[in-house]
Design a protein around this ligand. Structure first.
Ligand SMILES: Cc1cc2nc3c(=O)[nH]c(=O)nc-3n(C[C@H](O)[C@H](O)[C@H](O)COP(=O)(O)OP(=O)(O)OC[C@H]3O[C@@H](n4cnc5c(N)ncnc54)[C@H](O)[C@@H]3O)c2cc1C
Length: 467
């Protein structure tokens, strides 16, 4: 069908008002990419403010067969919010109200465009917090976190976003507005559609509201930093901390390239060594102190070159701000950073980290490695200049080989960033054909006209009947 975008723009501005739609070239270019290396031009960008407006736009999309791409803050790293086939970007960032904080039930009801840090700032006033904590929390929206099942720095203890959701309001790909889930802490009443929408990368509907679980803030939190003479030693130390049941709330590791980049980028100076780990222990004060003692013993047993404990909130914040700067810091080393997201069973971590180093050498391309690691998730970052075709070819081979190595030991190509457009090629190696066929049946049942975020997770042709 030939789409007259002038006509569509007119119809959508009648729904949302002229001030909430743009076709300006500068705006379209701004919305043509997310935080990944992928891009594609949209035809329109819309800022809806109610589910009813979204429902009307979606019905229009079904009538005229144009793609709808939901978008939060555009911090996604797998190309999820990139309009590969043009269409309308629905930017949810103006639906950013915290609607209800229930201290009695430890629940919060939010609109999808609420930013994670804003939510935690508000919750802190009530002595509460929402644990999922991506390093992008100063910008990432709850809708984007739900759509990607974001993990982050606290996932090792508190799990990923999925574990903190009770209910969702969703505009289905056919335009109906549906509430899924209950306020009750548990239920077995029909299929769990809440979990179906979480991690669906905007391909099964638009999340407009979320009922989230929250927790009382821990009494205290202490962070420790240790430096090692090799990456494998650092990772082995992490393995020991987890397997002994010290229950850290954060475990991050950083290799030499990443440490150097952070030093230059933030001015932080690190003691000598090849790899560092940063650990946070939270909870009741006495328990934290006791676990900290054992943590320091483990550092010594695992032959840390040096270690330090951040005891004041300021020191604590400085350490974690340095960690959160890892990705932006690496972007200043080479023009392009391609971030992988492999996750393996924790016993396979030391092996996997070593394999990544070997693959980097094999393809003669630098790979910086950092990550949450305590839950088996880490981020090999391939550094290159995307304008150099030879480097791009080596990067693609390197990324695929890393992915295959993770799959071979029972891992996955994506622990928290999603498949999007960039990991489709790797996902083919992870998911058996029968599984992909089942996912496609679900997608077709919900989105018969394939208007919701086409070209993500599986190639568009699959949905046109060629799978
Ligand atoms: C510096 C940096 C650090 C990061 N650190 C982490 C980390 O530690 N852990 C982690 O998990 N991720 C991390 N990320 C990735 C990213 O921040 C997360 O995936 C985040 O959840 C994306 O949120 P967003 O609002 O930016 O979503 P967007 O990028 O706008 O969208 C992401 C996907 O969600 C879909 N979507 C967005 N909103 C909705 C909605 N309301 N309904 C349906 N679908 C929707 C989009 O279509 C797209 O497919 C990091 C990114 C950066 C740039």
């Amino acid at each position: 069908m030939n789409i007259s975008w002038g006509n569509i723009a007119k119809k959508i501005s009648e729904i949302v008002g002229e001030e909430n739609i743009t076709t300006s070239l500068v705006d379209l270019i701004t919305y043509s990419s997310d935080a990944s290396i992928d891009s594609g031009m949209p035809n329109l960008v819309v800022w809806p403010t109610t589910p009813e407006q979204i429902s009307k736009i979606v019905k229009l999309a079904n009538e005229y067969h144009f793609p709808i791409i939901p978008r939060g803050a555009g911090t996604g790293l797998s190309g999820g919010a990139v309009p590969k086939y043009g269409g309308v970007i629905l930017d949810l960032s103006r639906m950013n109200k915290i609607l209800e904080i229930s201290t009695q039930d430890l629940q919060v009801l939010v609109e999808a465009g609420v930013v994670a840090d804003d939510l935690n700032q508000e919750l802190a006033k009530h002595g509460l917090f929402f644990p999922p904590d991506p390093a992008s929390s100063s910008a990432a929206t709850i809708g984007g976190m739900l759509a990607e099942n974001a993990g982050g720095i606290r996932a090792v203890k508190y799990g990923t976003t999925r574990e903190w959701v009770l209910g969702l309001e969703v505009v289905l790909p056919t335009g109906e507005v549906l509430w899924v889930g209950r306020r009750a802490m548990k239920w077995v009443a029909g299929y769990d559609l809440v979990r179906l929408f979480i991690g669906s990368e905007g391909t099964l509907g638009i999340i407009t509201k979320a009922l989230l679980k929250v927790r009382p803030l821990p009494e205290t939190a202490l962070s420790a930093f240790a430096m090692f003479s090799s990456l494998e030693q650092a990772v082995h130390c992490v393995y020991k901390i987890i397997i002994e049941g010290l229950e850290p709330s954060k475990v991050e590791f950083l290799d030499q390239i990443t440490l150097d980049a952070i030093s230059k980028y933030t001015g932080t100076s690190f003691p000598p060594g090849e790899a560092a780990i940063i650990i946070e222990l939270d909870g009741e004060k006495l328990s934290v102190e006791k676990r900290l003692e054992r943590l320091i013993e483990i550092f010594k047993e695992e032959k840390a070159l040096s270690y330090d404990v951040a005891r004041t909130p300021e020191e604590n914040m400085r350490i974690w701000q340095a960690r959160k700067a890892a990705l932006p810091a690496l972007s200043s080393v080479k023009p392009t950073v391609v971030i992988e997201d492999v996750t393996v069973p924790i016993s396979k971590l030391p092996y996997m980290v070593k394999v990544v180093q070997e693959i980097s050498k094999k393809f003669n391309i630098p790979v910086a490695t950092f990550g949450h690691v305590g839950d088996g998730n880490f981020h090999p970052c391939i550094l290159l200049d995307i304008r150099n075709r030879d480097e791009v070819e080596r990067m693609e081979k390197c990324a695929l080989e890393i992915a295959k190595a993770a799959i071979k030991v029972g891992g996955t190509v994506s622990g928290e960033h999603g498949i999007g457009t960039l990991k489709m090629n790797m996902y083919r190696h992870e998911a058996p054909t029968e599984l992909v066929k089942l996912l496609l049946k679900i997608k077709r049942a919900l989105d018969p006209n394939n208007i919701m975020n086409p070209g993500k997770i599986f190639p568009k042709e699959y949905l046109e009947g060629n799978a």
